[in-house]
Design a protein around this ligand. Structure first.
Ligand SMILES: Cc1ncc(COP(=O)(O)O)c(C=O)c1O
Length: 393
């Protein structure tokens, strides 16, 4: 079947897709309808944190769907409380959590928190939100505007006011004024080239925001949920933001988003809400996923996977000096900076032919986001296939 033609009969044309139909999966392996196997180094863009068919996730989702899988937020939801309790425990901060359905929605919540704080806690209204070049914060009208590149802003205006763009951290600090409600950034710019910020710079930003009464919001939608090697990238940097957002890997593929804040009393009933957000289906999945990932972390398996991944990346850079400049990123949010866009594209397409799935990021970077539960054998097999592709480039 011509899948591309078929889908355009029905779907709005929003994605540039690869037309392969995956029909089965297990662990970090995907299978298409011809039975071809792929090592998945992408995990649904950091979503399938426990891979495919993980027994704990299967059990949690099955038990939810076989019980009260959705109930309105007008009633007590025990798994919502358990998921929030686990997030609080894992981040080690005194926070409260609100659950929504996606990353963009979580970031919208973070901006609402900053605006309400800015409106109510000071004599002068603070409303500006500073974001940073090469960011990505989502696709709603507000989070598009929060995303600092002009190319995201064609066609959809007028946008909400009050977003200020900074070139870098130093510039963000310089731009904080009496009306700044928050500085918002991804500690590792995942779409923007898998670029991890410098610890000393982030520490300076933390100090400056505190001093000037602006909140610090960390968008941990891609870097969070153990992807950095710790539960949060904030913990790698030893920084406590006032607000952080999670989504993607939090429930292993069941849609979820979370905004978490130390401003525990910022909202009162009526300020914020969601029909689906935090329902038993997604929060039971989140509790199961966080349990599995905590075990990966505590057992040392995550560290071993990160070390093996890093060693493989280093070896690729050493063995293919004409193709790649360096390896970038942290934990299992990694990249290979290619020497040209063409090399990046061909690495992805030829890798796919060999049966390994990687994706692009900005600045000619090939991006790697395997599941957090990926095994050493799966890592080595994926790199074997990648190397078979790179030899042809
Ligand atoms: C850092 C970051 N923030 C926000 C988002 C938006 O998340 P969602 O697509 O779930 O709305 C993404 C998605 O790629 C992201 O990587």
């Amino acid at each position: 079947m011509d899948y591309e033609k078929e889908e355009l009969n029905y779907l709005l044309h929003t994605y540039k897709r690869t037309y392969v139909n995956f029909v089965d999966a297990k662990g970090a392996k995907l299978y298409d309808e011809e039975g071809k196997e792929y090592i998945d180094f992408m995990s649904g863009i950091a979503v399938n944190s426990v891979g495919y068919k993980h027994p704990a996730l299967v059990k949690a989702v099955s038990s939810a769907i076989d019980g009260v899988h959705h109930i309105s937020n007008l009633f007590y939801i025990d798994s919502q409380v358990q998921a929030a309790k686990k997030i609080q425990e894992l981040c080690g901060m005194d926070i409260r959590v609100f659950f929504g359905n996606s990353g963009a929605e979580a970031n919208d919540g973070a901006i609402k928190i900053a605006r309400k704080h800015g409106e109510t806690a000071f004599k002068t209204k603070k409303y500006k939100v500073i974001t940073i070049k090469n960011s990505f914060h989502g696709r709603t009208i507000t989070t598009l505007k929060a995303t600092a590149q002009d190319r995201f802003h064609d066609f959809f205006g007028p946008y909400p006011d009050g977003f200020v763009y900074a070139e870098n951290i130093e510039d963000a600090i310089a731009k904080i004024d009496d009306h700044t409600a928050a500085v918002m950034l991804e500690p590792i710019q995942a779409e923007g080239g898998v670029a991890a910020f410098d610890k000393a710079e982030l520490k300076k930003l933390r100090a400056a925001t505190k001093e000037k009464g602006a909140l610090l919001i960390f968008d941990e939608i891609q870097s969070g949920v153990f992807r950095s090697g710790e539960f949060l990238a904030s913990q790698v940097y030893e920084i406590e933001p006032d607000v952080f957002t999670l989504a993607k890997g939090l429930a292993g593929g069941v849609p979820i988003g979370a905004v978490c804040t130390t401003l525990k009393d910022i909202f009162v009933p009526g300020d914020h809400g969601s029909t689906f957000g935090g329902n038993p289906l997604s929060t039971k999945a989140a509790v199961a996923v966080l349990g599995v990932l905590e075990d990966e972390y505590k057992s040392g398996r995550l560290k071993a996977a990160i070390d093996r991944f890093d060693a493989n990346l280093a070896a690729v850079v050493a063995d293919f000096p004409d193709l790649f400049e360096k390896r970038v990123g942290l934990g299992l949010l990694r990249g290979l900076k290619a020497k040209s866009e063409d090399i990046m594209q061909k690495t992805i397409s030829e890798g796919f032919k060999e049966g390994v799935i990687v994706i692009k990021s900005a600045q000619n970077t090939v991006r790697f986001l395997p599941s957090i539960t990926i095994t050493i054998d799966e890592i080595d097999e994926g790199f074997k296939r990648l190397r078979a592709a790179l030899i042809r480039l």
